[in-house]
Design a protein around this ligand. Structure first.
Ligand code: 0O2
Length: 208
């Protein structure tokens, strides 16, 4: 298979969606609302990972375009858990893509402790041979969820997918700690917002 030719539209989709989703930050800057997006990353799955996953999931290489949903991957990082819902709403409301599947690993975390919200979209790319509809997996998560997933992913790599049981247990505890951190941060934000509202009300009363 000519990997470079096959993956070219996936790279295009990743590049375009990175720009489009990063654009929300600037759009929010001109409103008084807080941006739900902290930062956006993206990648095309490396060829060795594609081959390994295809073997593991028994996906024929000729069916990759329909059966491997994360050849093109985008990650959107948020400060707060509530922002994830706002980002998913933004994605659903776009008219340049179609949401084909959503996986909520926040309400129901994975066995490993992994939390994230996955939205699989179909995104049209204009190629030299016409339009190609590309599947892109958008992972939306908080900074704490991302911190955990990044470390767990590199440990998985280090241990060749076989993390020792005691390390797994500690990772599960770390995932819970990350979740509590998210909850605590949300509460702090809520309290700050209430205080801000009172402060603003007091000021406008004094002015009138
Ligand atoms: P990479 O290196 O990120 O590309 P499966 O592969 O069976 O777990 P599936 O059905 O392909 O899952 O889709 P799903 O559940 O949406 O997960 C795909 C991607 O989500 C993974 O891609 C990871 O990026 C992330 N992910 C899922 N589970 C975990 C986890 O337990 N730990 C971490 N760190 N990330 C996870 P890849 O292909 O595994 O790898």
């Amino acid at each position: 298979m000519e990997w470079e030719i096959f993956l070219a539209p996936y790279k295009q989709a990743v590049d375009e969606l990175k720009v489009k989703l990063r654009g929300y930050r600037e759009l929010y800057e001109v409103t008084s609302e807080n941006t739900p997006i902290e930062f956006v990353t993206g990648r095309v799955k490396p060829i060795p990972s594609i081959i390994e996953k295809a073997r593991r999931k028994r996906i024929p290489l000729t069916q990759l375009n329909t059966q491997m949903q994360d050849l093109a991957g985008i990650r959107v990082m948020c400060q707060f858990v509530d922002d994830i819902r706002r980002v998913v709403e933004l994605i659903r409301s776009r008219t340049d893509l179609i949401v084909v599947e959503e996986r909520d690993y926040i309400s129901e975390k994975k066995k490993s402790g992994y939390r994230s919200y996955h939205v699989v979209v179909q995104y049209p790319v204009q190629t030299v041979s016409g339009e190609k509809k590309i599947l892109v997996e958008i992972q939306v998560r908080t900074l704490a969820m991302n911190f955990w997933a990044t470390i767990e992913h590199s440990l998985n790599y280090k241990y060749n997918g076989k993390i020792p049981t005691d390390v797994k247990k500690r990772l599960l505890r770390a995932a819970e700690a990350a979740f509590r951190l998210d909850e605590e941060m949300s509460q702090i934000r809520d309290e700050i917002q209430v205080a801000q509202l009172r402060f603003n009300q007091k000021n406008s009363e004094q002015e009138s």
